[in-house]
Write a protein that binds this ligand. Sequence first.
Ligand code: NAD
Length: 384
Amino acid sequence: MDAARFLSCPEHSTRRQFLKTLSQGIGSAALAASAAPYVGRAALPDDETLGVALVGLGNYATGQLAPALQETTKCELTGIVTGTPSKAETWKKKYDIPEENVYNYETYDRIADNDNIDIIYVVLPNGMHAEYTIRAAEAGKHVLCEKPMATSVQECKDMIAACETAGVKLSVGYRLHFEPHHQRVMTLGQDEVFGPVTVMQNGFGFRIPDSATDEPHIEWRLNKEMAGGGALMDVGIYAIQGARYVTGEEPVAVTAQEYKTRPEVFSDVDETLFFQLEFPGGTVVDGSTTYNGSYNRLYATARDGWFEISPAYGYGGVEGRTHDGPMDFKSNVNQQARQMDAFAECIRHDRSPRVGGKEGLRDLEVIEAIYESIDAGNTRVEIG
Ligand code: NAD
């Protein structure tokens, strides 16, 4: 029997309900210890997958996450949330999703009653992440939320608090933590394999053509309320992440500059930013981001050598090298499938996710400091 239909059949529902009750019973000791209800699924048999509902069926959900969910082995696509009935019909047919697992933004909270959905994956515009994550937690569901985690530090804190209160796990869609080249540079930097990293150059940008500004997936990206900011929130965040996971440290200060060559397009959000991050161990990072051109690179020089990933931040085609030669990893692994399976395993075994809410919060702290530096006339701003 096909998996989605299997999950929706009454016999299976009863079994899942039994397992949920069982795991909540097991959790009473954990509850006493942690003061949070336990909603892990340690009691699930090894061959049972966790159900994922995607919220927001836009470009990323359609082009990357749904296909990745066909490759996962620990979780599977069991539900969708969409405001567009025609999309619901297409997805139901394509992925065999039963009607009772299809929600819209009005019925969203009723997912609380659906035992075939364990994880809610929020893939909405950035300005909606906080609300839909908090509502997912209140529905008792574990949450994977896309990057940037939210549009402010305060929202991130509220999301973390809501998930802690509900006793559900929270992770942020930083897929590169599951990509071998990026895992390698984490080791090279943090273990000081070539000595301490002294200087990094990290940048990620792409060009938004004037002709594309009214396309739905670009329109919200140019709106501060929906996006939280411009290129920095969308892709510059990867340069910040890279700096943090290569050094394994949190930046202590930043100085930033902004340039706008098309102010009529970028009236509400940033177009091109440069920022210099200072780390406590002495590493200085030259970061940049833009919506006005294409670059995609992480480069680190250390006392006794160097390493880089270029192209660095895509879904595939990743290539890395050091002063010794090329890194010998596959350039294409399914980063999203790996991340979702790893999250499912954390839920099943009640472990902390590799990329928890605090990862998202720390990036927002840096982002807010970058905007503060620009607003204050490019002055040096201390972080934390
Ligand atoms: P998109 O515009 O293609 O999709 C957004 C979806 O939200 C659409 O289905 C849209 O209908 C829905 N939506 C619901 N209410 C909306 C509203 N009020 N306004 C606009 N859209 C609304 O965007 P996307 O590129 O899929 O990005 C979605 C999220 O995923 C963003 O947070 C983005 O940063 C993130 N993302 C992450 C990656 C990654 O590699 N991790 C890649 C792309 C996008």
